[in-house]
Design a protein around this ligand. Structure first.
Ligand SMILES: Cc1cc2nc3c(=O)[nH]c(=O)nc-3n(C[C@H](O)[C@H](O)[C@H](O)COP(=O)(O)OP(=O)(O)OC[C@H]3O[C@@H](n4cnc5c(N)ncnc54)[C@H](O)[C@@H]3O)c2cc1C
Ligand SMILES: NC(=O)C1=CN([C@@H]2O[C@H](COP(=O)(O)OP(=O)(O)OC[C@H]3O[C@@H](n4cnc5c(N)ncnc54)[C@H](O)[C@@H]3O)[C@@H](O)[C@H]2O)C=CC1
Length: 442
């Protein structure tokens, strides 16, 4: 059997490795238009902000590794069209030479693309996006210019907040814009984002929330950013207002979601029996929403690639859905969340309650210690947990995995009240904040 995989980043790589490692004899062909594969975008801000020495270690595999496993791999080759009837993929390399590959099974792993603000001045120099490794390099180069003193970041989601920190660490004046009234509004409730906003301000980042960019102005290069509330002199702009699915190749043939992502079942199969879709170009099932949705995360890309790989290889494997668990660490302030915030639940018309608690991570007699804020969100009628948020300067990240499992397994808030949580003063308190928050639920 021959499988062609279009896109060899996180999702495509996971699917290819699953097939190559578990199904000897399977013919695998990978096609990608980029020069590199496996770039960990999460490292861009760390590298641009000089928190790590360089980008070299942000790649975890390469072309040679796939050749060694017996796969055919075509890099710098763009798939231009797919004939779904004859099962042939047409592609073109950078020299313009056209080729084709037939398939028995096709895995679409074409990922996502940044949403482009459609405002005047969008072709000026000094405007950036942050998706590809090469775009990270361009941002890094621009930040190295002495005449780039003020950087505007549009979008205070995960990419925006992380790159705002990086720009500040590079000594720039940083203006951070978002349409919403706080940073990270899609992931956390205001009681949490306000702390992050204070943290950003305390580190000198100028916040402009509830403000919409309307124009980039300049001669050749951007010189001003105009919003619905003011005009700002800037030397560089980084746009980070979210991703949308890159489904150009199959959107006329395959069923799609409202944002264009390929609709997939729990085997990652699309509406065409021979075609699978994985990662950022596909939908995902949310256990919190109990519905199909779109969540662009590398973690989901890898898991969906594994599921598709096994199903294509011949082993039935059901995806179990996700919670969209995520985390961020900015100037030492850590936030993690999973499932739905109260705001997200309201938007999805799920009637929820929540319980909050705040306490030190460890008993008061331990010197190295900091407060932790927790919110657990649960559905009013069923009392199932649908979300959790934690924030602290302590490393509270591992707590969120338990809440992810709780959402997946439909655990109620009441089940959490007497959960066996160990105590050791080096780590936590006997009256653990998870227990205390659960006990406080209405
Ligand atoms: C700056 C940044 C930081 C991030 N940080 C995190 C993080 O901390 N945690 C996390 O979970 N996620 C993070 N993400 C999100 C994560 O990177 C994506 O969810 C992930 O890359 C999705 O993987 P994918 O393989 O589905 O798609 P993509 O990474 O988008 O890869 C798609 C591939 O398809 C190829 N392709 C597309 N069209 C064609 C075509 N026509 N022909 C040939 N090839 C094609 C592309 O060249 C690309 O290599 C971050 C993203 C960015 C940009
Ligand atoms: N730590 C992590 O897990 C990371 C995850 N990622 C993922 O990569 C994807 C893309 O990241 P982001 O681009 O940061 O998307 P995002 O969805 O995290 O944030 C986009 C932000 O832009 C704002 N916005 C939307 N339209 C706007 C407009 N016209 N003007 C001003 N603001 C506007 C939104 O309110 C939102 O705060 C996301 O799925 C994200 O979860 C990215 C970086 C790190």
């Amino acid at each position: 059997m021959k499988t062609v995989i279009i896109g060899s980043n996180h999702a495509g790589i996971a699917a290819a490795n699953t097939l190559l490692d578990n199904y000897p004899g399977t013919e695998v062909v990978l096609i990608d238009r980029n020069t590199n594969l496996s770039y960990l975008g999460c490292g861009t801000a760390l590298w641009v902000g000089r928190q790590i020495d360089g980008y070299e270690d942000l790649f975890y595999t390469n072309e040679a590794a796939f050749r060694k496993k017996g796969a055919k791999i075509f890099m710098e080759s763009s798939v231009t069209s797919i004939d779904f009837n004859t099962k042939i993929v047409h592609f073109e390399n950078k020299a313009g030479e056209k080729s084709e590959e037939s398939y028995d099974k096709l895995i679409l792993a074409t990922g996502s693309k940044p949403i482009v603000p459609n405002i005047p001045g969008k072709n000026l120099e000094g405007l950036h996006f942050l998706k590809l490794f090469q775009e990270g390099q361009e941002v890094d180069r621009d930040m190295s210019r002495d005449d780039v003193k003020t950087v505007a970041v549009i979008g205070a989601g995960y990419i925006g907040v992380e790159i705002a920190e990086a720009a500040k660490r590079r000594g720039k004046n940083v203006l951070l814009f978002d349409a919403m009234p706080t940073s990270l509004a899609s992931y956390y409730d205001p009681e949490f984002t306000h702390n992050m906003d204070k943290n950003l301000e305390a580190h000198g980042i100028e916040l402009h929330f509830g403000e919409l960019a309307t124009e980039y102005r300049g001669d050749k290069r951007v010189e001003q950013l105009v919003t619905d509330k003011g005009t700002y002199d800037v030397d560089m702009v980084i746009n980070a207002i979210g991703f949308t699915a890159n489904s150009d190749l199959g959107k006329d043939h395959l069923a799609t979601f409202q944002n264009g992502a390929y609709l997939v079942d729990n085997h990652q199969k699309t509406s065409d029996d021979s075609v699978y879709a994985v990662g950022d170009c596909a939908t995902i099932y949310s256990n919190a929403l109990e519905a199909t949705t779109y969540i662009a995360l590398a973690t989901n890309a890898v898991r969906s690639g594994i599921v598709a790989g096994h199903n294509v290889g011949g082993t039935e494997l059901d995806a179990i859905g996700v919670q969209g668990s995520n985390g961020i660490s900015i100037f030492g302030y850590n936030m993690v969340s999973t499932g739905l915030s109260v705001a997200a639940a309201k938007k999805a018309e799920i009637d929820v309650d929540y319980t909050d608690f705040e306490d030190l991570q460890k008993p008061g007699f331990i010197k190295e210690n900091a407060p932790v804020k927790i919110r657990i969100v649960y559905e009013k009628s069923s009392r199932r947990i649908v979300g959790a948020q934690l924030a602290s300067t302590e490393d509270i990240s591992a707590n969120i995995h338990m809440f992810s499992l709780a959402i997946q397994e439909h655990v109620t808030i009441d089940k959490l009240k007497l959960l066996d949580i160990f105590f050791l003063p080096h780590f936590n308190q006997p009256y653990n904040y998870i227990t205390m928050a659960a006990l406080g639920a209405k």
